[in-house]
Write a protein that binds this ligand. Structure first.
Ligand code: ZN
Ligand code: ZN
Ligand code: FE
Length: 759
């Protein structure tokens, strides 16, 4: 029989995810000798055996992987036969070049769950059970390469039983870095808000009783603290909202399993798959009628509501959900807009007034990782917030980055991106760069990511907005080059990067606001874009924002400006302006005092929503626009008139979308008793129709270019889906990074690579 050898290289996320033991077991099964080891870029294998065995071995490597691994490529070359009769797992080859990503945090696997619930298992009800296929990773690592000594598990010395598992190649805990048991690992405690230990031999059962009694429990999770309460108790939820100063934002709900999720939401196949995926994101889905109201609707108007659901992803969650016996609100443990707390001390200090009980432990969270949020749009998942389970997985590119680039991102919902080699690593969702704690989180997450990838970027990319903290951060760095990238250009480039489009594309970027190259606020942009640059094809007519950012929290101001514009200063009276200082706002606009003109499509959503839902004020940015989206009647296909004006020759923008006729028609419909649900649907249809029309016009001028959709407005599934439908084919949108400002950094990195190469 013919014998031979193969050298095989496996690339992707294959370290820290049980890949070598998996290969070992595969080799045993097929009867292949040789060895497997971690190298600087992934895993290498030398395999020897019969031709038939080698072919089968290679085929299995190409076809499958352990659940947590993500294989990018398997390449092989011939070796001459060697006289080996065993297969071994060899030590790691060390190298100064570190391109291997730290694994992302992994939801508890089925094997561990079975042991967790088995009274005869030595880890029965042990809330820190894990294995090579599951458990904490990125959130507990502070250095590279990924090894127990560089994680917050370093202080726990493995007992003999755990060490045997850790060292045995055939064990499913072989080199599981966070391996632990009740004898040697982290411990759980229940504490009062005053910091006193609660005497109990089962803190989880104790916490579950507290939850059943309607109390609020702060729970230390994987990437930060959650605040938990009984989701079926309106009183408990209301108390949580009041104490957390979060009156209206939707709250995520954790359910024990898929069956329970089905009772709370109308799920499709994609949503089901996401709920049970190893990343375990929060999935936004349509709430069923029996769902507890996660957010009070807009004055009782909200009929269709989105609900954010997720399944347990740590052993602690599994036990808590089972013992409590009901779905739990699990919202980020923070106070107002501060970042989620990660340390026990901060929890007691910052959440002492919010929580009645603390469930915490002595395994430190090294890097804060928020829950990821996903929504299915046009039949496929789109990440709305990218963090736990996804970070630090790289986004791959065919063309190499000649030098490492740090893209600093935008201001709200910030993420950053470090690109090096053929990979772009997005950092975790950091949040709005507005509080000292958030700025600190931003800087330290950047430092850790540099360390993980082993690079020191010499090119920094920032938004054009001079006041963004991320811009100032980039410009304050010395000894590096910096490049400023326009906000909507970056949005468009983020889609190009994800889908491997080199441009030109027709880029549609609709959001709330972004700094334009002319210093004004853009946000309704249709661009003809390449990485190296763009021209503006169309934009929306500007609306003055009286009071600047204040108008975003008080959208009645924008509604007034839009109404006055549409009705030449003499609009019909509307309820929302009662008790508002209408004349001051009018004077500000007339004198152009603190009334920056803005073109953001999100502002139009705010204005229409404020007016027809009678919501003069928003509790948070985008609240009214969100409600305006939710209320739209799905069965209504009609639209309103809209005007597109052509610019004179020499103007930087060719078309301006003018919604004054739309506003007049909407007001007319309203005065004739047409429902807000229908007006909203017709408003959505109008925006979609005019967008598609202009995209097709751009194609007529520039050829059959791909169309890409980005910007926070495309988190609105109805808008995205109707634009995609109306354009027809060859349309792309963000999937693996958020359409909102959380995806900006990726686009920045790709644009900077191009500009740096041309310079
Ligand atoms: Zn496991
Ligand atoms: Zn142990
Ligand atoms: Fe934006």
């Amino acid at each position: 029989m013919a014998h031979g050898g193969l050298h095989i290289e496996v690339r992707g996320t294959v370290q820290g995810v049980g890949y070598r033991p998996w290969v070992y077991q595969l080799a045993q099964r097929i009867g292949v000798a040789g060895r497997v080891w971690n190298d600087s870029r992934g895993v290498s294998i030398d395999a020897y055996g019969t031709r038939e065995a080698l072919d089968g071995f290679l085929a299995q490597l190409q076809a499958g992987s352990p659940p947590a691994a993500s294989v990018r490529s398997v390449t092989c070359s011939e070796l001459s036969d060697a006289d080996l009769d065993a297969f071994t797992i060899a030590g790691s080859a060390t190298s100064s070049e570190r391109r291997v990503s730290i694994p992302a945090d992994l939801a508890t696997c089925d094997d561990c769950l079975r042991e967790l619930l088995d009274p005869d298992d030595r880890r029965y009800r042990y809330p820190f059970i894990n294995c090579t296929n599951c458990g904490p990773r990125y959130s507990i690592v502070y250095g590279s390469p990924y090894d127990r000594a560089k994680t917050s598990m370093a202080r726990f010395t493995m007992c003999d039983a755990c060490r045997r598992e850790y060292e045995s190649p055939s064990d499913r805990r072989f080199h599981a870095q966070p391996n632990a048991c009740p004898d040697c690992g982290p411990r759980l405690v229940a504490m009062t808000p005053q910091g006193n230990h609660v005497e109990t031999d089962d803190p989880i059962r104790f916490a579950a009783r507290a939850l059943r009694a309607g109390l609020i429990v702060a729970v230390k999770g994987l990437g930060g603290f959650h605040l938990a309460c009984d989701a079926t108790s309106p009183q408990a939820v209301q108390r949580l909202r009041e104490r957390k100063h979060r009156e209206t934002k939707p709250l995520a709900i954790m359910v024990p399993d898929l069956a329970e999720a089905e009772t709370l939401a109308e799920l499709n196949d994609e949503e089901r798959a996401l709920l049970v995926s190893i990343e375990r994101p929060i999935v936004l889905a349509k709430a069923s009628n029996s769902a507890p109201a996660p957010a009070p609707g807009a004055g009782g108007l909200s009929e269709a509501t989105l609900i954010g659901l997720f399944l347990p992803y740590t052993p602690l969650h599994h036990l808590l959900l089972r013992d409590a016996g009901m779905p739990l609100v699990m919202t980020s443990g923070n106070f107002s807009d501060e970042p989620m707390v990660t340390t026990n001390d901060d929890a007691l200090h910052q959440l002492g007034e919010v929580a009645d009980l603390f469930l915490m432990h002595d395994r430190d969270i090294v890097t804060r990782v928020d829950d990821s949020v996903v929504r299915v749009i046009a039949g496929a998942p789109t990440l709305i917030r990218r963090a736990r389970g996804y970070v630090p997985h790289a986004i791959e590119t065919r063309r190499e980055f000649a030098e490492p680039i740090l893209a600093c991102g935008a201001h709200l919902k910030n993420t950053f991106c470090i690109a090096s080699g053929t990979a772009a690593f997005l950092g975790p969702h950091i949040g709005d760069l507005e509080s000292v704690a958030t700025l600190h989180a931003y800087e330290s997450a950047i430092e850790r990511m540099k360390e993980f990838i082993g690079v020191s970027p010499k090119l920094l990319v920032h938004d054009l907005h001079p006041d963004y903290f991320s811009t100032r951060y980039a410009l304050a760095e010395s000894g590096v080059r910096t490049i400023g990238v326009q906000h909507h250009h970056a949005h468009v480039a983020s889609v190009m990067a994800e889908h491997g489009l080199d441009g030109p594309v027709i880029g549609i970027a609709y959001d709330g606001t972004g700094f334009g190259t002319d210093g004004t606020s853009w946000g309704g942009e249709i661009l003809i874009a390449r990485y190296a640059g763009f021209e503006r094809f169309a934009t929306f007519r500007a609306i003055p924002l009286a009071g600047g950012d204040l108008a975003i929290r008080q959208p009645w101001r924008i509604a007034l400006a839009l109404l006055d514009d549409a009705f030449d200063g003499e609009p019909p009276p509307f309820e929302i302006f009662a008790r508002k200082d209408v004349e001051t706002v009018r004077r500000m606009i007339a004198r152009n005092f603190n009334s920056m003109p803005a073109r953001g499509v999100g502002r139009y959503f705010d204005a229409f929503g404020a007016l027809f839902l009678n919501m003069p004020d928003a509790h948070y940015e985008g609240e009214v626009a969100f409600q305006w989206n939710l209320i739209a009647d799905p069965s209504c296909g009609a639209d309103f008139p809209v005007r597109v004006s052509e610019a004179q020759a020499g103007k930087p923008v060719l078309h301006e979308i003018d919604l004054r006729p739309t506003m007049r028609a909407a007001v007319d419909a309203y005065l004739h008793g047409v429902s807000p649900a229908t007006i909203s649907a017709r408003f959505h249809n109008t925006i979609a129709a005019v967008t598609a029309k202009l995209a097709l016009e751009a194609r007529a001028m520039h050829g059959e270019l791909p169309v890409v959709l980005s910007g926070g407005c495309f988190q609105n599934a109805r808008l995205a889906e109707s634009v995609i439908d109306a354009i027809g084919g060859n349309v792309f949108m963000n999937r693996g990074v958020p359409p909102g400002d959380g995806g900006i950094a990726l686009g920045q990195a790709f644009i900077a690579r191009e500009i740096a190469a041309c310079a």
